[in-house]
Design a protein around this ligand. Structure first.
Ligand code: IVH
Length: 656
């Protein structure tokens, strides 16, 4: 009896929530809701064995976690490429139109929060995860459950992954900061930081108190539900229980997209939540599949970013900082000013040449601009306000180690070339432990800086000796015993990372995380890479002269080789941990076109890559095989004229 009543109450309450939060159309009063809720709570207390996962009582927040568990995304969570003006948007459209003469676009506000993946099994929320580095995120299920607009169960019993944005509306942000100010807590710079800070709470009760919202925009496997377009998928998502942004529209030409952007630019201020642009997506899923992805972005979407916000303020002074590569950057110290929702006190002036070209002087009124995550920069002087200014003088010595700065003739950049300079050492440690590199939890920038100042860390290798300093760390640092132990665990864990992670962490000039992966895959271990000649490196498709020279130079330096030996001696893995199944398609380039019955395109791409292939979206004479399904596009025709090998699905099945 109680079991049946519990189920009934949950259904009623969840329906009421959906009507209230998603449809914005309440059907019962708050008082009625409370009565039902209290009845449910009472019954669940008596019969804890009947508590269901989608009961609204599960939204209050569970216990305090020690750390977030890492989770691998089933499909990578990609980011979006950006455009900043209509010319660039036009170019995006022209690339799309090369493939298709008729394209519809969906246009959506770009919500300024943090991406979340929600995984439902038989209609019940099982896991929520952050984006992390796109491949591995963090399990935030308990925290996500506290967000009222994330349904705990769906109106259909389906197994699916959905993606969206968690954000905080402007009103809640204001209230939260007011409350924090009263309590003497640090204020959040903007709603996005407040949302991110609230989601990454180990105590989900804190998340529950923060009034977060979630709006979804991506259904991962739409074909499963016979859905053929982005616009249709948002309707479907809304019907099964999700909050979907009400401003989403469909456009049949670029003119309509541009009008929408203009409309949104005007409307932005009055919207109850922050947006930082408009996302433009090719609406048809079969066209999306044809267009495919680059290594980072879908080619079928782009984010139009609103122009940077600007402000005028006084330049009080110019100071200098040294980066990981020894580059010395002049920074503007400003009279604090509000831009794009946060207070700016410093901005970059890039380099000496930048300052001279713009005739910037200390005491001037300057315009600064800030766009999203980008560091604010000074971009113009207001000469009409100039009065009593002091000329700028570039530093001659490193602001940290005082050694004389070096500048070559070709570029306006000054470098500190003292390899023992504290600043460079510190910045290289921060880079080494960062997420795209060794990804050591608990060693964020703040902690590295403190440990450096306290003398626990002076160079990268010291990280791996922190475990011998456990007692001192507990005594002298403000981290508790548990945090120190978790940190040591994370450091030990990082030793197992694949070669690409540590390679990126070394900070070789021009070797970013993508190049590190390419190199790791190709050379398998660091010794092969150290031995590689300039020509051998150049023979790799994605590597050009600049990267090849930089790698050769890096490994010809004895100091660098010594550092690698030290890292090896503490047990760091320097081999590539391949996710590959075989190398039977090694060196081959595949292009996929048309709709396949037995494979989802992303899955097939992954399978081919795991067997050593490269998958490209354009047919050229370098293409080895074109795999085609139903209604193939122009790519099949092109492949035929070039005489490229063609596989239908049956042939593909035989070859795999
Ligand atoms: S689609 C594969 N749609 O913007 C494409 N993203 O800069 C996945 N975002 O990581 C993203 N609003 O966190 C998409 N309507 C929207 C969005 C949106 C905000 C965020 C999202 C993404 C980031 C990329």
């Amino acid at each position: 009896m109680s079991k049946k009543r519990i189920k009934e109450l949950i259904e009623k309450l969840n329906k009421a929530s959906y009507e209230y939060y998603i449809l914005d159309n309440p059907t019962i009063s708050d008082a009625e809701y409370d009565i039902l809720y209290n009845e449910l709570k009472g019954l669940e207390k008596k019969h804890p064995e009947y508590v269901l996962e989608d009961s609204p009582t599960q939204r209050v927040g569970a216990g305090v976690k020690e750390e977030f568990t890492k989770v691998k995304h089933l499909f990578p969570m990609l980011s979006l490429d950006n455009v900043f003006n209509f010319d660039q948007l036009n170019y995006f459209d022209s690339v799309v139109k090369k493939e298709f003469s008729k394209v519809d676009y969906t246009v959506e506000p770009k919500l300024d929060g943090l991406a979340v993946s929600l995984y439902y099994v038989n209609g019940v929320l099982k896991r929520a995860a952050t984006r992390g580095d796109g491949t591995i995120g963090e399990d935030i299920t308990e925290n996500a459950k506290t967000i009222k607009t994330i349904p705990l169960s769906l109106k259909e019993s389906i197994t699916t992954e959905v993606r969206g944005e968690i954000f905080m509306n402007k009103e809640s942000f204001k209230k939260l900061n007011e409350e924090r100010e009263k309590n003497g807590d640090n204020l959040f710079a903007n709603p996005r930081n407040a949302a991110a800070g609230s989601v990454r709470q180990l105590d989900s009760k804190i998340t529950a108190s923060r009034n977060l919202e979630c709006s979804v925009y991506h259904l991962v496997e739409p074909a499963k539900y016979g859905i053929n377009s982005q616009y249709e998928s948002t309707k479907f998502l809304n019907e099964i229980g999700f909050n979907v942004n009400e401003e989403i529209k469909i456009c049949s030409n670029l003119n309509c997209v541009e009008n929408y952007i203009e409309e949104m630019t005007k409307k932005r201020e009055e919207l109850p939540y922050d947006i930082d642009g408009v996302v433009v997506k090719v609406d048809s899923f079969s066209q999306q599949a044809e267009l495919g992805f680059t290594s980072k972005f879908p080619k079928w979407a782009t984010a139009y970013k609103f122009p940077a916000e600007t402000a005028l303020t006084k330049l009080l002074d110019i100071t200098f900082t040294v980066g990981r590569t020894g580059k010395v950057t002049p920074n503007a110290i400003l009279e604090p000013v509000k831009v794009a929702g946060s207070t700016v006190r410093r901005a970059t002036l890039h380099n000496e040449g930048y300052i001279i070209d713009r005739d910037i002087k200390i005491g001037d009124y300057v315009y600064i601009r800030k766009a999203g995550d980008v560091i604010p920069e000074v971009f113009k002087v207001e000469l009409s306000k100039r009065d009593n200014v002091k000329a700028f003088k570039m530093a001659k010595n490193c602001p940290v180690c005082e050694s004389e700065l070096f500048k070559n003739e070709e570029d306006p950049i000054h470098y500190c070339i003292n390899i023992n300079c504290d600043a460079q050492k510190l910045e290289s440690i921060i880079h080494f432990v960062s997420r795209p590199a060794m990804n050591i939890d608990g060693l964020g920038e703040q902690n590295v800086r403190r440990f450096y100042e306290q003398g626990f860390l002076t160079k990268i290798i010291d990280i791996y000796y922190l475990k011998d300093k456990r007692e001192n760390l507990i005594k002298e640092d403000r981290l508790g015993e548990k945090s120190v132990d978790n940190l040591i665990k994370a450091i030990e864990e990082s030793k197992k990372n694949s070669l690409d992670k540590v390679l990126f962490g070394l900070g070789i000039r021009y070797v970013g995380s993508k190049t590190s992966k390419i190199l790791a895959k190709k050379f398998k271990n660091i010794d092969n890479l150290i031995k590689a000649s300039y020509d051998e490196l150049l023979s790799i498709y994605e590597i050009g002269d600049k990267i090849a020279s930089s790698i050769v130079e890096y490994f010809s330096n004895d100091e660098n080789k010594k550092n690698i030996d030290q890292l090896k001696s503490v047990g760091i893995n320097f081999t590539f941990e391949s996710e590959e199944i075989s190398d039977k398609f090694e060196g081959m380039v595949f292009v996929i076109t048309g709709n396949l019955e037995g494979f989802k395109r992303e899955e097939l791409k992954e399978i081919l890559e795991k067997n050593g292939a490269r998958v490209s979206s354009t047919v050229s004479k370098n293409t080895s095989v074109v795999i085609y399904g139903h209604s193939p596009g122009s790519k099949l025709e092109k492949a035929k004229t070039l005489g490229i090998e063609l596989w239908d699905e049956k042939t593909l099945g035989e070859k795999l």
